[in-house]
Write a new protein. Sequence first.
Length: 469
Amino acid sequence: MTDPKFANAGRKEGLEIWRINDFNVEVVPKEQHGSFFEGDSYIVLSTKLGNQYDVHFWLGRGTSEDEKATAALKVVDLDTVLHGQPVQYRENQNHESALFLSYFKNGIKYLSGGNATGFSHVTNAKPEPKLFQCKGKRNVRCSQVKLIKESLNLGDVFILDLGSEIYVWMPPESGRLERIKGMHHAKAIRDQERAGKAKITVLDKDWNTNTEFWKHFGGKEALHVIKSSYGGEQDEGYWQNKAAEITLYKSSDASGKLKIEKVGTGVPDAKGLDTNDAFILDAGPGGVYVWLGKQCNPNERAKAMDWARQFLEKNLRPPYTQVTRVLEGAEPASFTQWFGNWNENKKPVQHQPRLFQVSNESGKLHVEEIADFYQQDLDGDDVMVLDAFNTVYVWVGAGANKEEKEHAEATAKQFLEGGTVPRHKSATIEKLFQGKETPNFKKIFPEWDDKLFENQARSVDNVRKLLFA
């Protein structure tokens, strides 16, 4: 019997979220979407037109083994309600997929505590003071940290939530997007948790002079111990410079024990996927996929994600490796892209263009994907790569620094050579500058406004006025 909390799941387009609580699921109200307790597990369902379902189960870094197991079981329940149609994803805190992060346009927020720690959500008049760190080049995450001066650094935005007063601290080395997302988070706290009554103070030019802010950190003397953004730490993982070898495995547990047999390495052949069996595709930095043929029984479908977990353990892969379950006949482009001959053997699949923010730091290519992108995601402070498969566009923002502009083409070439997706040998790189985009580039976006880049609509000051005027 499936969980009654899922009875109406997937009937409307949009996002539905459930939180695991004492071996059961509880609905997360819409106004709390985007906030996740580090000690808990969640199930997130995205429903699109035409009964397209994406199911994610999110695991906080402090979630218990019982909650992890319950989340996995409840995902099977939800999968049954949706007739086995969803693509499933396993998400780990701080390592979420670009698709998952795209659901929360103002970023996501991590809260300390959870059900297992005895936490219960309350909205008392005087909530306990909290400090949040907002970090990330593109996909900004706000995490609750200790309210001490040692938590601060000059490269990230911090939110000091005192209940009736909220400070947004924007030090000089913090990025434009971190500042904008930080202000959005502060506004969400005020509107959703304080009934719109809290006072918000944004500290920008006065980041080092506001006495009221600094008294919560022992006074302005704390400035002497605050450091620049941590030198060795990066906001996101690096794209591997050398393409990892793609490997396809056949999996089964007919004997009662999981058996994984290597089918081949290199670009896989779609003909090797048998409708009667299950397969694991290890795409290296691109994640791990479990493919289920149409003739796989319900028991095999239910065990697929656990097979992936065992595979990661056996191959000493990090537990946060992105894992996706796909079904024969409903394969997403993120899966089919790894096959060099998919169109010849399976139904035709168009390679979906993908947008990335890229930078070359210390000789390593840093790549962060923006899923479900729009023109507004082209940030004038950055160099962006729009991967249209056989044409790779490198878009140079007007505010990109001199070094980024000079090395833009080399960065795009490194991106092209470092990927594991099979392409035509004649794949080309096309360099474009902000405001000088070609018609072919523009038509890849859902909408294009030639006037968008002509004003300062997306500047920090303008967003500040729009949010808090």
